[in-house]
Structure formats: C-alpha cells, structure tokens
Design a protein around this ligand. Structure first.
Ligand code: NAD
Length: 378
C-alpha cells in the first residue's frame, strides 16, 4: 500500500479518488460514466515546445477521460495564445517559478512534464510534492539515480506515475505482444529493431547538448529500439554489447550519432538494435521458429503498419496514440486499471541505456543485465 501524505490525502479525497480507487475492480466505478465531462481529469502540460504544441494539446481534444486544464510555461507570450486557443482559465496558467502553487489548484489532477530530458526529474518531483499525478516524457531522466528519485517522490506523496511511452497504448503494439505471448509464430529467435532519423537542424538545439539531453540518438530514439527489442522478445535481456559510429563529428560534437547494440535473452533469443541521429530507421522485425512478423513503420505517430509471414496485413482503426496513452493513464487513476507504462519501465530502459554507454566505453564488452521482470507489464 502506498504511503499517502496529509496533503495528497486531502487532495485525493476532495476529488473522490480514494473512493474510486477502492471501487477500482468494478469496470466503471460508481458515479463515473466514460466521456462525461465533469469526471474528466485535468491535465497541465509543463513545457510548450513542439511535442506539447503539435501532438499532446491536439490529442487532448480527443480524449475521453482527461482534458487540457492548465499550462506551465517559461515564455510569457505563449500564455495568452494557449489561453485563447484552448480556453484555459488564467488561474490554471503557471510559470516555472510559481509552478509549486499548483498544489492549491484542484482543477489540475495530472502534471505532464514535456521539457528537455535533464529537467524531467526536477519537475516530476515538484509535481509529486504538489500532490499531482505525474506523466514524465521519455527518456524518463538522464540517469538511473534520477529515475529512482522520481519513483520515490511519487511513492512518498501517494501519486501515480507513468512514462510518456505512447507506443504502449498503440493497438499494433498490443497485437505483436499477443503474438509473442501466444507463440503465434513459435518461439522468438531473433529480433531486429531500428529507430532513427537524420538530424540537420540548429546545431545549438538541446538534443545535441549533453547537459540538457543526457546523450544523443540513444536517449532520444534509442529508447524506442530498446522498447521494441523487449516487447519483440517478450522479456528483459540478460546482457548487452554495443558499438558507436560517428561520421559527422563536426555536427555531433557532444552527443552520440549512431549506436548499434545486441541483446541476449535467457531463452537463447538474440536482438539487434540500431539507433541514429544520422540514419532513418523505424522498424521492428521478429523471427520465430514458425514464421515472422514486422511493424514498419514501428514507432512513428501513426498509422503504424504491420504484416506477418502468413500473409496477414495488420489493420487497426487510427486514433492518436497520445490520446490513447493519456486515457490509459487516466483510467489507471480513476478505475484502477493497470498502469501500462509505469516508472519502473522508464527506469529499466535507463539501466539499459547506461549499460550500452558502458559497453561502448569498454570497447564493446558484454555487460550483464540483472533486470528480472522490472518494467514488464503482463
Ligand atoms: P522542444 O525543444 O520542442 O520543447 C522544449 C520546451 O522546453 C520548450 O517549450 C522550451 O521553451 C522549454 N524549455 C524550458 N527550459 C529549457 C531549456 N533550458 N532549454 C531548452 N528548452 C527549455 O522539445 P520537444 O520535442 O517538445 O521535447 C520535449 C520532451 O518531450 C523531451 O523529453 C522529448 O524527448 C519528449 N518527446 C517525446 C516524444 C514522444 O513521441 N513521446 C516526441 C517528441 C518529444
């Protein structure tokens, strides 16, 4: 049972959350009707950069269980633009300095941190201290210690935590996870996964500045390839070996350009991943003892596309992944459904990121991973 502080207890009871949590095993808890406006959770986006502007805010117009209630921005001019566009009351608009006052605002239930990676820990911890549930964008932080600090703060303050792993809510991901679990194509033998794009933008951008990003392609796109390797294999790896390649050192001065890595799994399966800021990649292919399946594209905003060795083309109705993801987290809070992208999953991926960098620094030496089932959501 999670420890609940006086402040978070008051905040939760005032919203009826404890009641709904206790009733969580009932498919739709008492007093809750899906799609009913006054029961939607209020989300505040922290950091109004491109992902908040072009993906999260539009997706929040399509969610059933949550809505865009507030914003936190360091840019004064954005306040009036967002206020007008999304009808956000002035009392729900914060900057980075007065952000902690959000503790006194009952209209905000969830804080979604969408800042450069090295700021995730600070703002997630401040949100937890304010008694707000937290969504932290990927990568969860810039090292494992920061992931632990976020998880501990959320536990201590009795709030729920998810990582912004939108692919975990995508129906194509659910389908390939089912193939692996049900051995539709036999035992998994080999997984190949790529996640990269060609970066040509402003060399001063935060993604190329290690102090803000924590690393290059691996931190940015690499987490997708780590995730697909794991759900393609259906289990956590037991070791990793990695290599780094550089062809444009004048542009990628501070961060990694291209990384490849090989994972071993306890059942003998092997995975190979590639991530890059200088080569395109967007694919998952899984070879089993009785056939194969692939997603290509595998992790863009959608629609995703997939096919199998028995000639099937995967086709699911399109809905914005971010809308599905935020609704999944809202349902976890309101109805006690499972958290499909918990903090432990973000921490597990950061343990792997650190092991990949260590392997590279040791000339590709295999690193043992002792993960158990950390971050695996059955
Ligand atoms: P962005 O550069 O477009 O926006 C960053 C925002 O942070 C801006 O509003 C900027 O003003 C603000 N900011 C505050 N302090 C800053 C500082 N010291 N330096 C730079 N900017 C600062 O970035 P983005 O693409 O919106 O990415 C934000 C986060 O979202 C990152 O963690 C990224 O990995 C994640 N992201 C996730 C996905 C996904 O598919 N899940 C997609 C894109 C980005």
């Amino acid at each position: 049972m999670k420890h609940i502080t006086r402040r978070s207890f008051t905040s939760l009871t005032s919203k009826g959350f404890l009641g709904t949590a206790l009733l969580g095993s009932i498919p739709f808890a008492k007093g809750f009707t899906p799609g009913q406006n006054n029961k939607k959770l209020g989300i505040a986006l922290v950091g109004l950069g491109s992902y908040s502007t072009y993906q999260l805010a539009p997706s929040l117009q399509e969610t059933d269980h949550c809505y865009l209630a507030g914003i936190v921005t360091g840019t004064k001019e954005k306040e009036s633009v967002w206020k007008e566009k999304y009808n956000i009351p002035k009392k729900n608009i914060y900057n980075y300095e007065n952000f902690d006052d959000i503790a006194n605002n009952d209209a905000i239930d969830v804080v979604y941190v969408v800042l450069p990676n090295s700021l995730h820990a600070e703002f997630c911890i401040r949100a937890a201290k304010a008694g707000k549930h937290v969504i932290c964008e990927k990568p969860m932080a810039v090292n494992v210690d920061e992931c632990d600090a976020i998880i501990n703060a959320c536990n201590e303050h009795g709030v729920k935590l998810a990582v912004g792993y939108r692919m975990q809510s995508d129906p194509y991901t659910h389908e390939v996870k089912k193939y692996v679990k049900e051995k539709t194509f036999g035992d998994v033998l080999f997984v190949s996964s790529d996640a990269g794009y060609v970066s040509n933008g402003n060399p001063g951008q935060w993604r190329l500045d290690k102090s803000l990003s924590g690393g290059g392609a691996l931190m940015n796109m690499g987490v997708y390839a780590i995730q697909t390797s794991i759900y393609g294999a259906g289990q956590n790896p037991i070791s990793v070996s990695a290599q780094e390649f550089s062809t444009r050192p004048e542009y990628f001065k501070d961060t990694d350009e291209t990384i490849t890595a090989q994972f071993k799994f306890a059942n003998g399966a092997v995975a190979h991943m590639m991530t890059s800021h200088n080569a395109n990649g967007n694919r998952l292919k899984v070879h089993g003892s009785m056939g194969w399946f692939e997603l290509d594209p595998a992790h863009s905003y959608g629609p995703i596309s997939g096919r199998t060795s028995n000639g099937n083309i995967l086709e699911f109705p399109f809905k914005k992944q971010q809308a599905l993801q935020m609704d999944d987290f809202a349902k976890h809070i309101l109805l006690n459904t499972k958290n499909i992208a918990p903090g432990e999953m973000g921490k597990r991926d950061m343990i792997i990121v650190e092991a990949i960098y260590k392997s590279i620094s040791e000339g590709g030496k295999e690193q043992v991973l002792v993960l158990g089932n950390l971050g695996i959501v059955p």
